[in-house]
Design a protein around this ligand. Structure first.
Ligand code: ADP
Length: 230
């Protein structure tokens, strides 16, 4: 009898995050702002891409479109091969909760819950397993599990925010100015933690105007006036 070895599970070569020709216009009265003008971007597993550019260049607009928190005026966003843009809110919410972790400069945690309770609640909402203590340990804040967010230092709060963004190990992590309010040493620690998320296989995008982000990035996408400059 010929023994057949099982076929290997196909590994998807598709980038977890793909954006094609994104446009976003804002209109206020007679005035129109072209916040994004044809931005395309692929983000691979294990890759950390920095999106840099001066204030007003379109970084936040881009992140909001990638996260499905805003709709592009033109163009398409796919998460793990599923279209995110121009979908009903229920579809976008499902995609966000399964495929995306979002880290902001602040307000990543519910203020009335402890750090651990924030993780537990989010895991329940997402319907995923979360080994809260392990996750906090990996981010160096196991001792703060029972603290409320306002009891944490800036660096601890940033790590706790990263823990929230990492619940359920989403394949894509988007960080919008994650170190904007941190001192240099703490910034380095948070950037290193984002780097290690990428090294563990996540596709990580960090929008920042801090020069330190260049040191941890595999690739830098520079925006200027809503276009990719390089
Ligand atoms: P960055 O994050 O790089 O500072 P933004 O994405 O916030 O840049 O802004 C890009 C451009 O779009 C700016 O000119 C900004 O004023 C404009 N813009 C962003 N959001 C809005 C909005 N909701 N309404 C009108 N203009 C906006």
């Amino acid at each position: 009898m010929v023994m057949m070895t099982p076929a290997p599970t196909p590994v998807s070569t598709q980038a977890p995050l793909q954006a094609r020709e994104l446009y976003r216009f804002f209109r206020a009265g007679e005035e129109e702002t072209l916040a994004l003008q044809g931005v395309s971007l692929d983000l691979s597993r294990g890759e950390l891409v920095a999106v840099v550019g001066p204030s007003g260049s379109g970084k936040s607009t881009l992140l909001n479109l990638l996260a499905g928190l805003d709709e592009p005026s033109g163009g398409t966003v796919w998460l793990e091969g599923e279209r995110m843009s121009h979908q009903p809110e229920t579809v976008k919410a499902r995609l966000r909760s399964r495929q995306l972790g979002i880290l902001r400069q602040s307000d990543n945690l519910l203020p009335q819950l402890t750090v651990r309770a924030n993780l537990t609640l989010l895991a329940k909402l997402r319907g995923v397993d979360c080994h809260e203590d392990e996750l906090l340990e990996s981010l160096g804040i196991a001792g703060q599990a029972l603290s409320l967010p306002h009891q944490l230092s800036g660096g601890e709060l940033a790590r706790a925010g990263l823990a929230v963004a990492s619940v359920g190990s989403p394949p894509v992590l988007l960080a919008d100015e994650p170190t904007g309010e941190l001192d240099g040493d703490t910034e380095r620690v948070v950037l290193d933690l984002l780097r290690s998320r990428a090294d563990q296989g996540a596709a990580v995008l960090v929008a920042s105007h801090s020069p330190a982000v260049h040191q941890i990035a595999d690739r830098v996408v520079e925006l200027l006036d809503g276009r990719v400059r390089r």
